[in-house]
Design a protein around this ligand. Sequence first.
Ligand SMILES: [Zn+2]
Ligand SMILES: [Zn+2]
Length: 260
Amino acid sequence: MEICVLNSGSNGNAIFIASGSTGILIDAGLSARVLRARLGRIGRELRDLSAILVTHEHVDHCRGLPGLAKACPAIQLYANESTAAGVEFNVKAPLPVPWSIFETGSGFTVGSLHVQSFAVPHDTGDPVAYVVDDGSRRIGVATDLGTVTPVVERHLRDCDVLVLETNHDVDMLRQSGRPWSLIQRILGRQGHLSNEQAAELVGTVLSGRLRAIFPAHLSEDCNTPECALFALRAILQKKGCAGIALLPTHRDGISEHLVF
Ligand SMILES: [Zn+2]
Ligand SMILES: [Zn+2]
């Protein structure tokens, strides 16, 4: 399998995952032009994409969909019903490709990849996260969740690779000078995961199988890559798993391209 986080943060999210001849994107918060350039840096093209799986309708996860669907008319778009409706409302442009609708909690197959969806708490209609596997390797992707539920923990166990939200440092957020209502929204059960919450989740789901974590969706003002890495490194050291790779993601470029 291979994975590359093509962009991560409130300015746009897209994660490329592939196995054999099947390539997918989780979320499409980048324009077709930017996506083509980012994929080019790992030797891939838009036509290598079989499907786009959308997690929820916030525009940083779907604003590229109209352009991408136009550029790739054979692509399949996956979302649950509420997210599909929310995306169409938010992107304010017709999507020339029909949706493949799934029920939250169900699994489906895209080429050689099996995808499992599961519910996460976030302030949209029916937000989900995904675990993707090719029969031997498993990648868990969970960003945009305000709290960790037993369902989240259950699905993220036994993954080889995790893409996990480390949105903010709680002290930096509280001292950010942002409106109190916004701070409460981010800290709330339907907001975003802090570095500490993400580290605690890693401590819970850690297994001998885990080889890499991509800390993702970092706030521009209320976090630093160093803070996120520090929190994760501390839990890995405490659990005796300091060998697990921590691979930074970026608001303006690609992560390491991990092939495993
Ligand atoms: Zn987001
Ligand atoms: Zn969101």
